[in-house]
Design a protein around this ligand. Structure first.
Ligand code: NAP
Length: 349
């Protein structure tokens, strides 16, 4: 029988790659979309024609239960979240309700309806937060340090409690940064790919950036959604840390992006001291060995290939006039740096 996958957050980066993967495997894919976000469906482009959409308010338990009852999903992927971490300081309660509330409502619905639906919770390396050791596994202590991380951790524990108490097949994927040409432009990877492409085309002339030595575990979204799917095909429900296990600096990222367009980054990139912040002692970096062993999961796209995909996509989009170039002076910063600024603004108000 044809499997049905139900996805919240289907219109985001991961929703796109996951839908594509599942459609390729013959799934019926249904996106749960809140009424106020119907227009986001356009972001899926041609893929929108191949997936079904079900309009539902994710904060309304009855409506959500009705959706689950009607759709009888084989698998649920709960991806919806305001994924730009600094913004969670602006609405901590809204973040908690969306992230934890949606997970709770979906888990409760499947349990009450007596379905054997397999459930994936999109967790995040942000639940490790203020790390005291590296690399991290799913056994590492959780010490979130922002409302986004706290909400993801609450959703994680809610899922664990439902799994233990009701014997549900539910898992958390604790994912590290993963990128693609579909990454929204406020993220540092996309800011840099857009800057390199804009400068190459003569549409911009400078990139101003914060800490070039900041390090991240950056992977490719297409690889990471494969891990989500594999988690739900396993014999037992378990949580997994999903990342490349390799750290790159922002400097590596900038150099690679400018290399893709044949430019010497040092001529165009200025480090803005106001955006620099002390680097953490321990880094957020995955130990993906459990996923390697149990799921046979390995990233397929290298860091260089990922950045090249992003820069080339931005070049094409700029040439086609589909997106606007970055301004003459571009501000790029890691999410952590933006977070530091947001915190400072909040303290000043
Ligand atoms: P994304 O591109 O930002 O997509 C987020 C999705 O959530 C979109 O469909 C968005 O709808 C929806 N959404 C946002 N705010 C919402 C709200 N208030 N109510 C209902 N829906 C809302 O994120 P992503 O990169 O695909 O990430 C997918 C999931 O993985 C998220 O839960 C994220 O927190 C988690 N994650 C991501 C990363 C990463 O590096 N990408 C790492 C760890 C964990 P619109 O399209 O209408 O905005």
């Amino acid at each position: 029988m044809r499997k049905t996958a139900l996805i919240t957050g289907v219109t985001g980066q991961d929703g796109y790659y996951l839908s594509r993967l599942l459609l390729g495997k013959g799934y019926r894919v249904v996106g749960l979309i809140p009424p106020a976000r119907k227009s986001s469906i356009a972001k899926l482009g041609q893929l929108a024609e191949q997936i079904e959409t079900y309009i539902v308010d994710l904060t309304n338990a009855d409506w959500l239960t009705e959706a689950v009852e009607q759709l009888q999903p084989t698998e649920i992927y709960n991806l919806a979240a305001p994924s730009f971490v600094p913004r969670s300081w602006e609405d901590p309660l809204g973040t908690l309700d969306l992230v934890t509330g949606t997970a709770t409502r979906l888990l409760k619905a499947t349990r009450q309806l007596g379905l054997s639906t397999r459930f994936y919770q999109a967790s995040s390396s942000e639940i490790f937060g203020d790390v005291q050791s590296a690399p991290q596994t799913d056994e590492t202590t959780f010490r979130p340090k922002n409302p986004y991380g706290a909400a993801k951790l609450h959703a994680h524990w809610t899922m664990v409690h439902h799994r233990d108490r009701y014997n549900l097949f539910a898992c958390s994927g604790i994912l590290y940064n993963h990128e693609s040409p579909r990454r929204p432009p406020q993220f540092v990877t996309r800011k840099i790919s857009l800057a390199a492409a804009s400068i190459k085309l003569g549409l911009s002339d400078q990139l101003s950036i914060g800490n070039l030595d900041a390090k991240r575990d950056w992977g490719y979204a297409g690889d990471h959604v494969e891990a989500m799917w594999r988690m739900l095909q396993a014999d037992t429900p378990e949580d997994y840390v999903i990342g490349t296990g390799v750290l790159h600096t922002v400097r590596d990222l900038v150099a690679t992006a400018f290399d893709c367009v044949g430019l010497d980054w040092q001529k165009y990139v200025a480090s803005d001291p106001s955006l620099i912040r002390e680097d953490e002692h321990f880094q957020l970096v995955a130990d993906p060995s459990k996923a390697n062993q149990n799921l046979g999961w390995q990233p397929q796209v290298s860091f260089e290939q990922l950045i090249s995909k992003m820069v080339n996509a931005d070049l094409e989009r700029l040439k086609a006039g589909d997106i606007k170039p970055s301004g003459a002076t571009l501000k790029a910063q890691t999410e952590a740096q933006t977070e530091a600024q947001t915190e400072a603004q909040i303290k000043n108000t």
